[in-house]
Design a protein around this ligand. Structure first.
Ligand code: ARG
Length: 460
């Protein structure tokens, strides 16, 4: 047990208590951020005259040495330290002696951990944005390729009206665009530096908080020291945004599982993204899509957990907040993994265009268009709806599509039908006529695709 405190204690910490309290097993993940924060702190302490320039140089060299040694595997972060902050400080003192003992001047682990957590979250948001961008680029490519791949659009999982694969994928594109912008918003809102808030009430040293904030690329310092050390809103917001990303991935996975089923056969998931069965030789299962769908639960669980943890915490710092780390780390790692795997699965997937089109045709997805045809020939919509309903019944009876009825059969039910009905209800016509922005018609889709093209080129 190596602790930063102990002066006022007369007994050793019970081992179980030590283990229960320690966070090094997980907060070692942000050793880089911890060292980066310390370097900024020390730079500022020297600037305001709390440390000499020589002490600053010694401490910064020592910290950079620790960073290099951790990264090269020369030193190992061990559980003998309570947390990553203690580990770095103790190591520094071992390396450079007395100047190392000055590192923590004007700082508490409370503002230190608040800083580390923000730096870590910020770095991860940048990575998450990059992964989302890569996924959107894949989807954009598919949208460009499939503006004339017809498929049924569904409501209630019943075939409704024809759309295109481009349009269907475009729906998810919009979701991921919103996810991306949520991450940007969180970054901007959280980007204020808590360092210098001390344990809760600031410090008595003449700290230059503007300087540390700018050294660490924050927009500025936070404005209330009690809030600074106990604010975890950005964790809640991030876990909420990650949960929403998972909603979107999970819904898409659900569709992929359906499309990949023997009954649908709209797509084939590539062998490299599928798994087999230990007993049934014929099986090729969509496990990756199922796992992404499944992992959604643990991300929601983390959001619920952090909301529950935070709800009863009086100001300012309380140890409950140490719980934020495992929840955040696990959710970020889970979501990053899911986006990567999902992207790979989409890039390698085969789309069976003919099956999609046949399914749209055989599902009466052009029934609304047949009714609209009658309306254009002077039949009131409600009557047209009834007429086409009768035609659908006839088709069900004969096990054919609306396109396969003879003109006589059409005219028996309504003389308003002419031989241009076939053209009017052809899949291509049905989609092409829907050309207002946001609809599946090719011109409308091309407009959206060019908006997305520009959008993707502006992402940082
Ligand atoms: N491991 C702690 C956390 O994650 C660091 C802050 C400790 N502060 C304290 N006063 N015990 O929140």
């Amino acid at each position: 047990m190596a602790q930063l405190w102990g002066g006022r204690f007369t007994k050793e910490t019970d081992q179980l208590v030590y283990n229960f309290n320690a966070s090094i097993s997980f907060d070692q993940k942000f050793y880089g951020q911890d060292i980066r924060g310390s370097i900024a702190h020390v730079t500022m302490l020297a600037k305001v005259g709390v440390l000499t320039n020589e002490e600053k140089v010694q401490i910064i060299d020592g910290l950079n040495g620790i960073l290099a040694d951790i990264e090269s595997g020369k030193i190992e972060i061990t559980s003998e330290y309570e947390d990553i902050h203690s580990f770095v400080e103790a190591n520094l003192i071992d390396r450079i002696g007395d100047p190392g003992k000055k590192l923590h001047t004007g700082r508490s682990r409370n503002d230190q951990v608040a800083l580390d957590m923000k730096l870590y979250t910020r770095d991860e948001i940048v990575e998450l944005k990059e992964l989302l961008k890569e996924l959107m680029e894949t989807l954009h490519g598919l949208m460009k390729e499939h503006t004339d791949t017809f498929m049924p659009g569904f409501t209630h999982l019943q075939k409704a009206q024809p759309v295109t694969l481009s349009h269907h994928i475009g729906a998810y594109m919009e979701m991921f665009k919103r996810d991306y912008s949520r991450l940007c918003d969180i970054y901007d809102r959280m980007n204020y530096c808590p360092l210098g808030s001390g344990a809760l009430a600031g410090t008595t040293y003449p700290l230059d908080r503007e300087l540390t904030a700018s050294l660490l690329d924050f927009s500025g310092p936070t404005l209330n020291s009690m809030d600074s050390v106990s604010d975890r809103d950005y964790v809640i917001e991030l876990l909420s945004a990650l949960s929403t990303i998972m909603v979107h991935l999970s819904r898409f996975c659900e569709e992929i599982i359906i499309w990949n089923s023997n009954e649908y056969q709209f797509i084939s998931i590539d062998d490299s993204y599928s798994t087999g069965s230990s007993i049934m030789p014929q099986k090729k299962n969509p496990d990756i899509a199922e796992l992404v769908r499944g992992k959604t639960g643990r991300v929601y669980a983390s959001l619920t957990a952090i909301l529950t943890t935070m709800k009863g915490i009086p100001l300012a710092y309380n140890k409950d907040m140490q719980e934020d780390k495992e929840l955040t780390f696990d959710s970020i790692d889970t979501v990053k993994g899911c986006i990567k795997l999902f992207n790979g699965m989409m890039q390698t997937m085969t789309f069976h265009k003919d099956n999609m089109e046949a399914s749209a045709k055989n599902g009466f997805t052009n029934a609304t268009d047949a009714a609209d045809y009658l309306v254009n020939h002077g039949v009131p919509f409600r009557d047209a709806h009834g007429i086409v309903g009768k035609l659908v019944l006839l088709c069900i009876d004969k096990n054919i599509a609306l396109d396969d009825l003879s003109l006589e059969e059409y005219r028996e039910i309504s003389p308003a039908f002419e031989d241009d009905i076939y053209e009017a209800i052809a899949m291509k016509t049905c989609v092409e006529k829907r050309n207002t922005i946001g609809a599946p018609g090719e011109d409308a889709m091309k407009q959206v695709i060019s908006i997305n093209e520009h959008y993707l080129s502006t992402l940082d």
